[in-house]
Each structure stands twice: as C-alpha cells, then as structure tokens.
Design a protein around this ligand. Structure first.
Ligand code: PMP
Length: 451
C-alpha cells in the first residue's frame, strides 16, 4: 500500500467521485478506507468504526466472509473469465442460476439474466418488459411508470424512471415515455394524508389514474423498490404493493420490483416483494448477491414472462442484449458462495430482529432531539430526517448532516448522510451490542448538531 501521506495528498485529485462535486471532494477529502473485518472498517489513520452503511447497502454478510473470498481466489485459478454470449457459458453461471431459482422460487421466479450491477439490471428489466409485450402482439406498450423518490441507478433508462430530479436534471433529455406517481413519503406528502395506509390508497389510486390517462395499452411496466432506499428509506404501508399488483394485473401492466437493496434480506424478509406478500413479474437484484465483493447482478424472471419468451414462435424473443461481464465466472463464483452462505445464515431473520431495536432507539431520540423531523425504517434499513424547524419541517442546512456524520464517525460509527437524511444500513450479521454502539454514536452526532 502507498503510505498514508501519499494517499492523503492525492486524495480525490486524480479521481472524480460519484455523487459529488469535484471541488467538494478536494475541499472535504473523502475518508480513505483500507481494511474491513466483520462489521468493522478501518481508515488510513487506523481509526476503526462499525460500518453502519454496510458498504453501500450491500455488504450484508460483513467483511470477513471467508467462503466468498475463497471462492473468488479458486475461480481466478480455475477460469478467470469466460462469456455467456451465445454458444458458450461457464460452470459457475449454471450453478448460480440453479441456486437463484431455488432462493427465488417463493417469489415465482424461475430464470436469471446476469448483469454487472444494479443499474445494468434495471436497463435489462425495462427492455424485457417492452419485448414481452411486443412478442405478445402488444408493441404499443412502451411506457414506464415509477415512484417519486425512487432510485433506479444511473444509466439513461434508470435515470429516466428515477424519482429524484437531482439525478436527472444534468442529463436531460432522458428517455421519453416515463411517468411518475407520488411515493410513500408520508412526512412530506402534499395531500394531507395522515397515515401510511391513507397515502398508500392515494398513491395506488394515482397509479390507476395515470395508467388510464396514458392509456393502458401504452404502458409496459410499473417499477418500484419494495422499500425505497436512497430516497431516504421510505417503507410503504403493507397494503401498497399488493394494491399495485392488483392494478397492474387489471391493466396488463408488468410489475418490476427493484430489489437491488432489498433482494437478500435487508428489509427483514428474503426479498422485499416477499415481505409484502407480492410476486412481481421481474426482479432486479445486485449488491448483496456477492456481498459487495464483486460487481454482479441478476434480473430474475417470472414464469409469466418466461413462458412468453420460451413459447415464442414469432422469432421476436431473441435476447438481443448482454454485457461482456454477464455471468462473469469470478462474480458467479462469488455469488454462488454468497447465496450458499445467505441461505445458511438467513440474514433476514437478524434484520427482522435487530431492525426494530435500531428504529426504536432512533424514535426515542426523536422525543429528545428537535433536530429529528422523522424516523423511518424497515428491517435493517433506517433513516432519520434532520430538520431545522419541526413546525415548518425546513431541512437543516448543508453542513449539519456532515457535522453529524463527522461526530458519529469520530465516536466509532460510519453513517451515510444524503441530503438531510442520515441513513443506516449495517451488515445484517451485526449483533445487539453493535446496535447499541450505533445508537450511542447517533446520539453523539445529534448532540454535536444540537449544541
Ligand atoms: N436500484 C436501487 C434500488 C439502488 O439502490 C441502486 C444503487 N444504490 C441501483 C438500482 C443501482 O445499482 P448500481 O449502483 O449497482 O448500479
């Protein structure tokens, strides 16, 4: 490793960071991480903290998952690369497809299409949705509807269905035919809804209205995260996704679940869709499929879509897209080991157990710290929204979340801040005393910004 002075001097000089203004990264240099162990990360100065970010919602099994590490190095020895483009495949991709069909059977998924990450999975699902309708002779169904505040990655399709203008405006014009309905953001809903249930009914009604307005025969798919993540952790009322499923069925619209965050246990069930008792038509996964150890993703395909493609007699079902790294053997080996561990450990059970403990602690802080406007969470994804005035709900200024984050980090916990939200998505293998530590660092942060 280069010495720490070299790293600090060159930090963010030659590298532009995602989701950051280049000048900001130089003015406030990013923390340089050099080691990870269990639920802990260590920076270049040797400061060790609990990683309450879980990498980027993806390191569900922590930093010491030896079976995945071993699988990666064994695969590098055996076959470091071979493609899945027509005519060839590799053994690990086949094994992974078999495992995923098993893991996702309760969700009604029977096939996988491999990608290199979440954004890639989104693009593939959007394309499959259009192609599905075209094969069935409904080629006019090309539009997509999604949720405001949803996050669906960074490619043009994903940016177009994204529900946050910050990720859209610099890159317009985006894909035509993408429409949004209000998401499950009770705290700032403009409709006067007072409960999640009421807002869920309103949003579902707006979905149906939008489908009617566009003309159902023009709508290909509705896409949603079962629990909105990057938008600030926004769990819908449990009735929402089932209502969405019914509306999609009624109007022949496919339901795509973006499970990039929720796919392998984070919300407290094996998948987010299963958490709400819904079987979507397509599921986008990535992130925790390899525990973050290798860039990889999979679009899971339901029998309803599979049968249209596999029974096709028109010739239109050829899958005319794919990535050089679709089914990369090293990634697939990592995912096979990760899925094997995931099925053994069943990390969603721990998320369902400790998530409420974390949320309850945050809710208790809200009774004592006025800077907390709202507390949200489902499983081990939680957020507090910071406000400067509870009555007007005015968000705190830009420096406050950073000061909060710094104080918590110095006290031993890495927490992510995004706009005026502090987001917690720790590895799902954490233990109760880690939750206590996260809470005490959150309180340190709250004290720092309340002083
Ligand atoms: N969908 C969701 C719900 C996500 O949270 C993300 C990433 N945070 C993506 C898609 C995009 O995934 P990736 O960054 O791997 O491209």
């Amino acid at each position: 490793m280069k010495d720490s002075n070299f790293l600090k001097e060159n930090n963010a000089r030659q590298v532009w960071q995602p989701m950051a203004h280049p000048a900001d990264s130089v003015a406030n240099p990013p923390t340089i991480l050099t080691e990870g162990e269990g639920v802990y990360i260590t920076d270049v100065d040797g400061h060790r903290t609990i990683d309450a970010v879980g990498g980027l919602w993806n390191v569900n099994l922590g930093y010491s998952c030896d079976p995945i590490k071993a699988a990666i190095s064994e695969q590098l020895e055996a076959l470091p690369y071979y493609s899945l483009f027509r005519g060839t495949t590799n053994d690990k991709a086949i094994e992974l497809g078999y495992l995923l069909a098993d893991l996702f059977a309760p969700d009604g998924m029977t096939r996988s299409f491999f990608t290199s990450g979440g954004s890639d999975s989104i693009e593939v699902a959007l394309k499959f949705a259009r192609q599905y309708h075209r094969i069935r002779g409904e080629g006019t169904r090309t539009k997509y509807i999604s949720l405001e505040k949803g996050y669906h990655g960074t490619h043009f399709g994903g940016a177009s269905i994204n529900g946050n203008s910050k990720f859209r405006n610099s890159y317009e014009p985006l894909l035509p035919g993408c429409y949004h309905i209000p998401g499950p953001y009770l705290y700032r809903n403009p409709f006067g809804a007072e409960t999640d249930e009421e807002l869920a009914k309103l949003s579902a009604a707006m979905l149906e209205r939008e489908i009617a307005f566009q003309g159902a025969n023009t709508v290909a798919a509705f896409i949603m995260e079962p629990v909105l993540g990057a938008g600030g952790v926004l769990p819908p009322h449990p009735s929402f996704m089932p209502m969405v499923r019914d509306i999609c069925d009624k109007h022949g619209v496919l339901l795509i679940a973006d499970e990039v965050i929720t796919g392998f246990g984070r919300a407290g069930s094996a998948t987010g869709s299963r958490h709400w008792g819904v079987q979507p038509d397509l599921m986008c996964t990535a992130k925790a499929i390899t525990n973050g150890y290798f860039p990889f993703g999979a679009v899971m395909i339901s029998e309803r879509v599979v049968s249209v493609f596999e029974d096709d007699e028109t010739g239109m079902a050829s899958v005319d897209m794919g990535y050089t790294y679709s089914g990369h053997p090293v990634g697939a080996a990592a995912a096979v080991a990760c899925m094997t561990e995931t099925m053994r450990i069943r990390p969603w059970e721990n998320a369902a157990l400790l998530g409420p403990k974390l949320k309850a602690g945050l809710e208790e802080f809200a009774t004592r710290y006025d800077v907390i406007g709202d507390v949200r969470g489902e499983g081990l994804m939680c957020a507090i929204e910071l406000v400067s005035d509870r009555a007007t709900k005015a968000p705190v200024g830009k420096s406050v979340p950073l000061d909060f984050q710094k104080a918590a980090y110095e006290d031993g916990v890495m927490i992510r801040v995004s706009a005026n939200n502090a987001i917690m998505s720790p590895p799902l293998i954490l233990e109760a005393d880690h939750v206590d530590k996260i809470l005490s660092a959150v309180e340190t942060g709250l004290k720092a910004v309340s002083a």
